[in-house]
Write a protein that binds this ligand. Structure first.
Ligand SMILES: CCCCC/C=C/C(=O)SCCNC(=O)CCNC(=O)[C@H](O)C(C)(C)COP(=O)(O)OP(=O)(O)OC[C@H]1O[C@@H](n2cnc3c(N)ncnc32)[C@H](O)[C@@H]1OP(=O)(O)O
Length: 393
């Protein structure tokens, strides 16, 4: 029965990309998705599906179908097909699983999904020569591969490893390369006494010709792409937190598989102090990890956690004495890197995949909100204070 259902579903899915659901060509906006999806963006995405070079597989096609129905008709409003009507039941289940997701959110998710599918079908294949892959363009990021471990090291110690716009791009490129290289485990860590002091606040200092609005739009697209790389990263991802961590370097920890910290580390998300709001999917992962009131204390009131506190609350896996931190952590990681790589990937998938679409939705929403916050007086004043040396956390 399951085999027959699978075959029928496969046959149905193979027709989906050519189904009458699609609208005439409009040409997809590929330069980074808009944060508020218009009908035109959605129509473009529907059309873009037909141009995908690779078959995205049945699961994705079903997701596309369900999001399309939700975006155009709202929550599932038709009776459940009978158990023997395999094809329509599969479609119905996928649509119904979206519950009360709004039409707007479904449209946004559809556009995001198509944009990711288009990007991955255009990205270089694993066999592509290394020269074709984007490599870090400066020495503020150092990527090495040894003993089955690819290490991405933030290397701007004099600025506490604050993330410049270039570094966001370099990290994304490094993650993309690491997802395809021979390594088994990927590590993110920092040089010097800090792990990372978060977004480099001077990123806000140079306003582009389009003004504050354009700066906020670009920031939101960059942030969304950056966080998506963590959500979608396929191999075990480990943070080796070698010192204090601030802002986005803390929030994305909820998307890592394991977080090791020195006992010198602290974890600080001072968003309210900066007139900003949570990102990195922390509005979803933190309450899930530590409960809503602990998460609120961090994300709304900016409470700084010690490494021990972060460990007690589940954000950190294990804390090590600073004197032996590097030795102990790397010995542990080397041992883990000998485990069967495919098995580890598959285990990660089964742990994470169920939540992937939710995380993409959360990410898009957080970026939409932040885009507005970045244009607020509260945010501008906080950044101006830091840049004029009046404020420090
Ligand atoms: C597009 C994506 C957007 C994503 C949204 C992300 C949001 C966030 O990450 S919010 C968090 C932003 N981070 C901060 O607000 C931290 C600001 N920095 C500080 O408060 C302090 O520098 C410190 C507590 C991190 C360290 O203090 P201290 O030990 O006293 O060291 P200094 O302040 O002297 O720092 C040395 C040097 O580094 C510069 N610096 C440190 N952090 C940042 C930063 N985040 N942005 C820009 N510059 C930073 C600091 O200004 C010093 O520079 P010099 O004076 O030129 O030596």
């Amino acid at each position: 029965m399951a085999g027959l259902a699978g075959r029928l579903a496969r046959r149905w899915c193979s027709g989906l990309l050519r189904s009458p659901l699609q609208v005439p060509a409009l040409g997809l906006h590929m330069g980074g998705p808009a944060m508020r999806t218009s009908q035109k963006d959605f129509n473009n995405a529907v059309n873009q599906v037909k141009l995908l070079k690779e078959d995205p597989g049945n699961e994705v096609k079903l997701k596309l179908y369900a999001l399309y129905k939700q975006a155009t008709e709202g929550p599932c409003n038709v009776p459940k097909p009978g158990v023997l009507d395999f094809i329509n039941k599969t479609k119905w289940d996928a649509w119904n699983a979206l519950g009360s997701l709004s039409k707007e959110a479904a449209r946004q998710n559809y556009v995001d999904l198509v944009s990711r599918l288009s990007a991955s079908s255009e990205s270089p294949s694993p066999e592509a020569p290394a020269a074709d892959r984007k490599q870090p363009e400066s020495d503020t990021l150092v990527v090495t591969s040894e003993d089955g471990i690819t290490t991405i090291r933030l290397n701007r110690p004099t600025k506490k490893n604050a993330l410049t716009n270039q570094m966001y791009h370099d990290i994304m490129a490094a993650l993309q390369a690491a997802s395809k290289d021979e390594s088994v485990i990927t590590v993110l860590t920092g040089s010097g006494d800090y792990y990372c002091s978060g977004n480099d606040l001077t990123n806000f200092a140079s306003v582009p010709p389009g003004g504050l609005e354009e700066m906020a739009r670009r920031g939101a697209v960059l942030l969304r792409d950056f966080v998506n790389c963590f959500i979608d990263f396929p191999k075990p991802l480990v943070a080796v937190v070698n010192g204090p961590a601030v802002g986005i370097s803390v929030t994305v920890l909820g998307l890592f598989d394991v977080v090791y910290a020195t006992d010198r580390a602290t974890f600080h998300t001072p968003f309210s102090h900066l007139g900003q709001s949570p990102e990195g999917c922390s509005s979803y992962t933190f309450p899930k990890i530590m409960g809503s009131s602990k998460a609120a204390e961090m994300l709304i009131f900016g409470k700084k956690l010690t490494a021990q506190e972060a460990c007690a609350q589940g954000l950190v896996t294990e804390v090590f004495p600073d004197g032996t931190f590097q030795k102990e952590v790397w010995a542990r990681l080397k041992a883990y890197s000998k485990l069967p790589p495919n098995t580890m990937r598959i285990s990660k998938q089964i742990i994470r995949n169920r939540e992937r679409e939710t995380l993409h939705t959360v990410n898009a929403e957080e970026c939409r909100v932040l885009r507005e916050r970045w244009q607020s007086d509260e945010c501008m004043n906080a950044i101006a204070s830091f840049l004029s040396r009046k404020a420090k956390l």
